[in-house]
Design a protein around this ligand. Sequence first.
Ligand code: SF4
Length: 507
Amino acid sequence: MAPKHKTSLKRDKPLEQCAVFGIACNDITYSVSKLLYSGLISQQHRGQESTGISILKTGGRIFTYKKKGLVSTVLNDKVLSKLWGNVGIGHNRYATTGAQEFESPDYMQPFHFNNNEIEFSLAFNGTIPNYTEIKQNLEEKGRIFVTNTDTEVIAQLIASIALRTEGWPNILKTASSSLDGSYSLLILTAEGDIYAIRDPLGFKPLCIGELKTEERHHYIVSSESCGIDVLGGKIIRDVEPGEILHLSHQKGIHSEMVLKSERTALCQFEFVYFSRPDSIIDGVSVAQTRLQLGINLAKNDPLLDDPKFKENTIVVPVPDSGRSVAVGYAQEAKLPYVEGLMKNRYVWRTFIMPGQKNREAAVKEKLNPIKAFVKGKNVIILDDSIVRGTTTEKIINLIREAGAITVNVRISCPPVIRPCYMGIDFPTTSELIAGRFKNLYGEENYIEEIRKKIGADSLRYQTIDDLVSAIGKSKNQLCMACLTGEYPLKSVNKIIEMERAISSDRN
Ligand code: SF4
């Protein structure tokens, strides 16, 4: 969900904003609350600020429970035992900075809409850049908003369309045609149906599956396929970009319609960093892609041409997302893969502490080199991305202090030069080290300048062509706007033009 750019917390990784999960069981005497819990906890990596579920209670009323905190804290046994119903949706949220947004349940999801006209609950992953325009139109028609989120804009839009439109598929089709954004969203209706909708460019993943037991049958919808796997379910397929899918035990899984687009734009960062390695997105294994990214980096690496250098060299992943990449790199380079950085799993949110000093202390708390492994070695570290560069610089220092002879950095994603307007929390261009250095030093020199700044002995990034070939899709099926500056949404290009006009007025 959306509220726009936030820069006060200095994150040094791009951050995802939410997971959605839904399940419908054919047995009305059975409660799906524990299955919702499992589906959400398997996707905790997509959002850790708040957890919520909406469940259709016996009698046809939707009940929603949401709170700040991790799935395991919010949905404890006591809560789950009270949430009884055979159809439900859930949401993990990655929050933005505003205190009000962070604390108030109004800003958490699912967003439960209930008035004289209609009742439904909505769980949403994405962002709607044109939401202010839609909101203004709705306000002119007399709609009153309680939050400043695009989630509520979608809910109010749906409610206003429902006043003059028959049937959920038509309501949702009309609503989708007004939304220019990235979204995977679930609607739980008061009739006990779930609708799963993916935007026409398919920025965010969304897939469906089923779980059959001797007694019951469940339909499942999940941001990532790992949510279906953990329940022992079978993945049926991905929701297609632009598709409105209806999951109901009366009608089965029914594709209501597909809003076709000439191109699609699945976020490349899902493969590089966000998604769990055991997930499969649009038919592509995340783990295999990461492995291939590592192989690609090693294939083109001039460092490996020196047999003397290789004699005393180890490949070290930055845990956790650097692991599969480092395995691929080590395999291809025929070098030992060594877990040379110890990650403290109990330190949360390392990269959001304001202030350089705090961040450096936090990096050491979270990642500590294992001296016995790195001392006297040439170390090649593998990481997924460099955002601000501050964390990479600190990791390099720590490994050097631990006695490494050289520290060489290999990055599985090409340089991130522009912010994301499609729902991922990124810094601005001037805060992105590659964006700033490209502007300062030009295409030819900026990578070398980044190397000097972070203090690495050598630095190499994945190329865009190698990234695309590792994912195995074509360029016009992927969003790579943060790497190229070419944004696939009209509303985003409009925002960028407005930002440019404002900044040239100021100058
Ligand atoms: S701009 Fe980057 S992070 Fe944002 S959707 Fe596109 S690829 Fe993903």
